[in-house]
Design a binder for this molecule. Sequence first.
Ligand SMILES: C[S@@+](CC[C@H](N)C(=O)[O-])C[C@H]1O[C@@H](n2cnc3c(N)ncnc32)[C@H](O)[C@@H]1O
Length: 276
Amino acid sequence: MEAAGTDSDGREFKSPDEMWLEHTGDNNKKTQWYRDGVAYWEGVEASVNGVLGGYGHVNDADVKGSEGFLQTLLAELFVDGGIDRHLVALDCGSGIGRITKNLLIRYFNEVDLLEPVSHFLDAARESLLQENHMASDKHKATNFYCVPLQEFTPDVGRYDVIWVQWCIGHLTDDDFVSFFNRAKIGLKPGGFFVLKENLARSGFVLDKEDRSITRSDSYFKGLFSRCGLHLYNSREQKGLPKELFAVKMYALTTDIPKKVTKTRSKVKANRPGIIK
Ligand SMILES: C[S@@+](CC[C@H](N)C(=O)[O-])C[C@H]1O[C@@H](n2cnc3c(N)ncnc32)[C@H](O)[C@@H]1O
């Protein structure tokens, strides 16, 4: 990966390798990088506005965009949109459980959440367990893991979908690749990843405040191929304020998937269904 990038002070780096070497080049620096990232979020209020960096009002557009993409994927990849399957998702870097609460819990029978910042995860647990109580036991938040992505290995074959949104920028390239390689074993046969992230126009932008990087589309594609992942589909998020980075959703599979064939008589039933 050779494209040049900048940091939030406008300093230029010739390549990501130059930047990674400077910030995470030995074990001490790397430990500090991850500590600083978590410390930043520990100082942020556990609210939608907090996890969205003061842009709480983009929540609805974000959820709508994600829902459209998820519906397409479920309809194309799972028989009858997965309606006859016990669907399980993992929400990575879940923050306060915004995505689980507004989207995943309606489509999946179980959702696990992974988040390294304990006051975010506590807020998620509180609001989702309340929902569990009110809803039928056919869909619920099940496990709450307080660990960072770079230290997490999922149970074998538990998940239909592993959702990774607005958190992978905290991981170095090597940890990005090893996370996805470990996480592959957590997918059921036919399961997939959704990665939803900000995009730099080219190269990368390092945010020195929260210790994260925003990668470009081609930077991501280089990493997907290092992970041995297949890019099944992608879609740009619409309706975000112009001053924000562009946002893209990627659906990634471990193999080239076969689209589910729909018979004529089943066409009507073949749409994604919300679990009731
Ligand atoms: C911008 S917030 C997004 C939260 C959530 N994904 C959402 O969209 O509402 C970034 C999240 O990444 C989490 N995070 C920071 N470092 C992480 C790491 N190493 N592994 C996993 N998550 C991390 C933060 O604690 C925070 O909850």
